[in-house]
Design a protein around this ligand. Structure first.
Ligand SMILES: [Zn+2]
Length: 185
């Protein structure tokens, strides 16, 4: 479902000098850049032509939708503490979260290609991206990965770090979801 964009795709950097494409498992040179994260404005990730197209078509998908619909999607994807925002910072925050979600969405697509069941929903695929784990996983590998992440993001070791706290919540939610999935299948 990669639709052809009207935009011309001109590499931002010579392909011989380009870093590898940012999508896991892709070996193409990443000559095309896309904004990276909510923390570092002006920092980019690099994609090959196929994946920048995919990335952009995800953007187009959201561009055609209302703010409510996008917010609903983000709300469903992002768990944890939501501060009261001023309108402007709210929009900015939403935009950055959306980028993260889209990025995870892309990673998820890649995971599915590597063997996740085709009927696995977006929530599950995002949970796998959050846990940085691939399908098929086992109870043991899931637990081991959970312990590793907990050591890194537990509030006790990141005193007062809101981002670590939010990540910790996301990890816990993802862990529960993935664990339940194993039991039900
Ligand atoms: Zn690629």
């Amino acid at each position: 479902m990669v639709s052809k964009s009207k935009k011309d795709f001109i590499p931002h950097i010579e392909l011989e000098k380009a870093p590898p494409c940012n999508v896991a498992g892709c070996v193409e040179p990443g000559g095309y850049k896309a904004p990276k994260s909510r923390d570092t404005l002006g920092e980019y990730q690099w994609f090959c032509l196929e994946h920048i197209r995919q990335y952009n078509s995800q953007w187009d998908y959201f561009a055609g939708r209302g703010a409510d619909e996008i917010e609903e999607f983000v709300k469903e994807s992002v768990t944890g503490h939501r501060p009261t925002w001023s309108r402007e910072s709210r929009i900015r925050d939403q935009y950055h979260k959306l980028q993260d979600v889209l990025y995870e969405f892309l990673s998820g697509t890649q995971t599915r290609e590597r063997g996740a069941p085709p009927n696995m929903n977006g929530k599950m695929r995002r949970a796998m991206a959050t846990m940085d784990i691939e399908y098929p996983y086992t109870e043991q590998s899931l637990k081991a990965q959970y312990r590793t992440l907990v050591k890194k993001f537990h509030p006790d070791v990141n005193k007062g770090d809101k981002k670590a706290e939010e990540r910790f919540k996301q990890i816990s939610t993802a862990y529960t979801l993935l664990s339940e999935y194993l039991k039900s299948s």
